[in-house]
Design a protein around this ligand. Sequence first.
Ligand SMILES: Nc1ncnc2c1ncn2[C@@H]1O[C@H](COP(=O)(O)OP(=O)(O)OP(=O)(O)O)[C@@H](O)[C@H]1O
Length: 446
Amino acid sequence: MDSDQRTAAESVKPWLTTAAYVTASAMLARSFINELFPNELRSLVSSRIERLLRNRLAAADHTIVLRESDGGSSNELYDASITYLRTRVSPSTKRLKASKSADNNSIVVFVDDGDELVDVFHGASFSWKVFLNKENQPNGRTRELRRLELTFNRKNKETAPNSYFSHILERSEQIKSADRRLKIYINHFNNWEDIDIQHPATFQTLAVEPDLKRMIMDDLSRFLKQKECYNRIGKAWKRGYLLYGPPGTGKTSLIAAMANYLKFDIYEMELKDVWFISRLKGLMKNMKSKSILVIEDIDSAIRIPKRDENARGNRLSDIYDEITLSALLNFIDGLCSISGEERIVVFTTNYKEKLDPALLRPGRMDVHIYMGYCTPSSFRVLASNYHAIDDHRFFGEIDELLKEVEATPAEVAEEMLRSDDVDIALKGLIERLNKKREEAPGRMRK
Ligand SMILES: Nc1ncnc2c1ncn2[C@@H]1O[C@H](COP(=O)(O)OP(=O)(O)OP(=O)(O)O)[C@@H](O)[C@H]1O
């Protein structure tokens, strides 16, 4: 028996002893009843006595309820417990339900609603039950919400809320990061909906200059280690990035690479769907920690309708609260400082020159990153991504063309994908670059 099994066996012992006590007492009581009571009364009296014994046992229990959603916000402790408990299902659990995980296509097995799972931690037993609640929504639809009930013996009440929950939070983080696929959420009315998109971009597959790549990775790693420093200077633990450059230069790919590198989720906020400032607040409150908030195309006007729907007039200003980007930044800063969690905020634009100069002043967005046209070194990354090559007789010609022509990595990637035959793909790219040079000599690079 290894030490884990020994601990488990030892911790189960008191439960077995208690169960044996109940069974033995019930048997004793039953033979006593058989002696004393006529047939008709026997089953009534014996069930009363068994109930009494069980109630005495139950009185020694504590129960903690974890709801899936708490006051409209998602409950991270509930999520962590579900992640953790999935790894604690034992073959002896009588009824299990199985489903296919959207995250990584694996089969997930868990106890069914109403069933029980017993976990042993530091020699104490913790019994979990899952319950399903159905809530009627104002829009007539029914929302399914689950809750977990954790029951443990009163004598473990010191262990349960503190070290057991810390253990669950820590383990669930480890499980998630070992078994993780990028999650992308988009806002839909008041809620975030996760969309099942697999974005495989990583810093390795990202076609940007090596120095820029290193700078971004170092900046992210440094930020994560700076919680104390941000606390000390009284700043929200938030890092803001402004990504700018022409369409197809990899701004979205960089965000995915950042998320995959940090193992953070992405929350993509469509401002045009936000409508009310209160909705913005609610959405930000519902973002999980360790996340990247993305607001794309910030050069387009931000207009949020007035909170009071009756305040309708003829002029635009009667209907909309124009919120400047500057105000939005302040607002996000304020909410981030309340949450105290690390947060990355990324804004993107194709037209940096259209932004309010006040936004570009130092201190507003921490890092400005220009995502530019394809260069010989970023072309090498794409050639390796799509054809697993690091050299070819056509590379010299392509390098010369890329120094002259403005071609986005997206355009180069498109040519690389046209054929599995590397010679055909590279010839296609040369033709495209030559055509660009002829068609737009004025846009040639200096
Ligand atoms: N720098 C890059 N590295 C690797 N692939 C890239 C890069 N830029 C573009 N691509 C390829 O082109 C596709 C489109 O690029 P992406 O959406 O990241 O560009 P974008 O700058 O965000 O464009 P937009 O401004 O239109 O949103 C990507 O899915 C990827 O295949």
